[in-house]
Design a binder for this molecule. Structure first.
Ligand code: NAD
Length: 463
């Protein structure tokens, strides 16, 4: 099928590349010329395991192109994905201006033939109808321009174009750091629309994936496809992220109680996670959730509830537990070192989770800010940030090039991100380079005994 993906971030680029890999003819559009130039030269503007290889192969085979020309993309695609960002506004609601610009642009360039316009971006509930309205505005604006220039576009023609597109909500559930894997091995595919024609085109698009042709385990039963109305599809995305974020806040609250009563939250998590009604995933206590999705999606859902006269008490509590949790590492440093002014603290990891270069709303940012406020010098080593030299707008932190340089002269280390590399560092050597070998394991990730054998005092969260 002919596909156009608009927006080439973590979601759009991975979607475009994976759809090209399974045989579709894809054009990826971005209005950031530099990104387009980079992608045309075969380089991925983001780090995702396996992405560059697939991207280069699909481009070589002629199934994947990159452009900043929206009109060309709209002309090419029978399925048009909107995959631009929906960052949070200071009020907590979602900033939909990028979606609006793209929807208007699609309308202004719609040509003959049936098109499916797909909301892949996470958009507030009700955005399906809103996108349809904006696309219609775009069509009418083009009509005005053409008529003004002496062209003839009758109202009937506008009606005809309008009758030839449908909007589908197809929320994305991929995780940064395993986005390509998740695209080929999804737990489900959610499709929201009131058009049977649009739904069957979307099902056909995803057939190689739902039939597990590219799955790690092709013998599994087909991927479930949840076909529903647009509002429910949009709500599924918010409810999924809100549930996962709340689950983490829940175990962090339990961890804080464990810390006070002398229980070990890792044991408690194992004990409750074996209950199939609870499940063991998302029960790792630590310094809280972050990244570009959970914080903004939970806030947006709280905001939507407020708009409709409902106060989302549980979600608000999940956010407030998380805000406090992010600074638990600083509290533990204060317990260990007492005064933090004039001390040096080293952070192991900066990104909000391993295997990504994304720093959006990462807990490290709050920790750096709070330590700086308390007069502490902050250094950091992150496998990706240190390697790429990308600063991501980081301030108040010295980024070191290796773990030993990080340890040198530190009064304590804090493990912020659970990068696999951190399991095998030479902790004994690092301990010797420090003023005081204290390690706050903000993810309960390391083996306490091994760290203590290296000469460290080990402090976990809730254990
Ligand atoms: P991103 O910020 O990484 O990428 C957005 C891209 O859109 C950028 O490359 C930007 O240049 C481009 N863009 C903006 N305006 C444009 C325009 N008018 N025309 C063409 N391109 C334009 O965003 P992301 O992380 O990929 O997220 C995209 C959406 O998917 C968001 O709504 C997000 O909530 C949702 N989502 C993200 C993830 C994730 O893990 N990142 C997971 C699921 C859902």
């Amino acid at each position: 099928m002919r596909v156009c993906v608009i927006g080439t971030g973590y979601v759009g680029l991975v979607t475009g590349v994976c759809l090209a890999h399974i045989g579709h003819d894809v054009i990826c559009i971005d209005n950031n010329e530099e990104k387009v130039k980079l992608m045309k030269s075969g380089q991925s503007p983001i780090f995702e395991p396996g992405l560059s290889e697939l991207m280069q192969a699909a481009a070589k085979d002629g199934r994947l192109e990159f452009s900043s020309d929206l009109a060309a993309g709209v002309n090419h695609g029978e399925i048009l994905f909107i995959a631009v960002g929906t960052p949070p506004l200071p009020t907590g609601e979602s900033d939909t201006r990028y979606v609006e610009a793209v929807a208007r642009g699609i309308g202004a360039n719609l040509n003959d033939g049936y098109k499916v316009i797909v909301n892949k971006s996470t958009v507030p509930i009700g955005s399906g109808d809103w996108v349809r309205m904006i696309v219609m505005d775009g069509i009418k604006e083009r009509q005005k321009v053409l008529v003004g220039a002496g062209g003839v576009v009758s109202d009937e023609e506008v009606e005809k174009i309008a009758a030839e597109f449908d909007v589908v909500s197809n929320p994305e559930f991929l995780r940064e750091g395993s986005a390509v894997y998740d695209t080929f091995n999804p737990d489900r595919i959610v499709l929201g629309s009131n058009s049977e024609k649009a739904l069957s085109m979307m099902e056909a698009l995803y057939t190689p994936i739902t039939q597990r042709k590219y799955a790690e385990d092709p013998s599994l039963p087909p991927v479930p496809v949840v076909k529903t109305d647009i509002n429910s599809a949009e709500m599924i995305k918010y409810a999924a992220n809100a549930f996962l974020a709340t689950k983490i806040s829940f175990i962090n609250e339990v961890a804080n109680i464990c810390d006070r009563v002398g229980a070990d939250v890792t044991q408690v998590a194992r004990g409750i996670g074996l209950d199939s009604r609870i499940g063991s995933k998302f029960l790792q206590a630590g310094i809280g959730w972050g990244g570009s999705c959970f914080p903004k999606d939970v806030s947006a859902l709280i905001h939507t509830a407020d708009d409709y006269g409902y106060e989302a008490h549980l979600l608000k509590a999940a956010v407030s537990v998380n805000q406090r949790q992010r600074l638990i590492a600083v509290e533990k440093l204060q317990q260990e070192l007492k005064i933090l002014k004039g001390k040096t603290v080293g952070l192991l990891g900066l990104t909000f989770k391993p295997d990504t270069d994304d720093m959006r709303d990462a807990p490290a940012l709050n920790i750096i800010e709070q330590l700086n406020r308390l007069g502490t010098k902050v250094k950091a080593y992150d496998p990706l940030v240190s390697q790429t030299g990308l600063r991501h707008g980081l301030t108040g932190v010295i980024v070191e090039t290796d773990p030993e340089r990080l340890a040198d002269g530190c009064d304590a280390l804090v493990l912020v991100t659970d990068w696999a590399q951190f399991l095998t560092l030479d902790y004994a050597k690092m301990a010797k380079l420090m003023h005081s070998p204290i390690l706050i394991d903000g993810r309960n990730f390391l083996d306490r005994k091994a760290i203590e054998a290296g000469g460290f005092r080990y402090v976990g969260v809730g254990r």
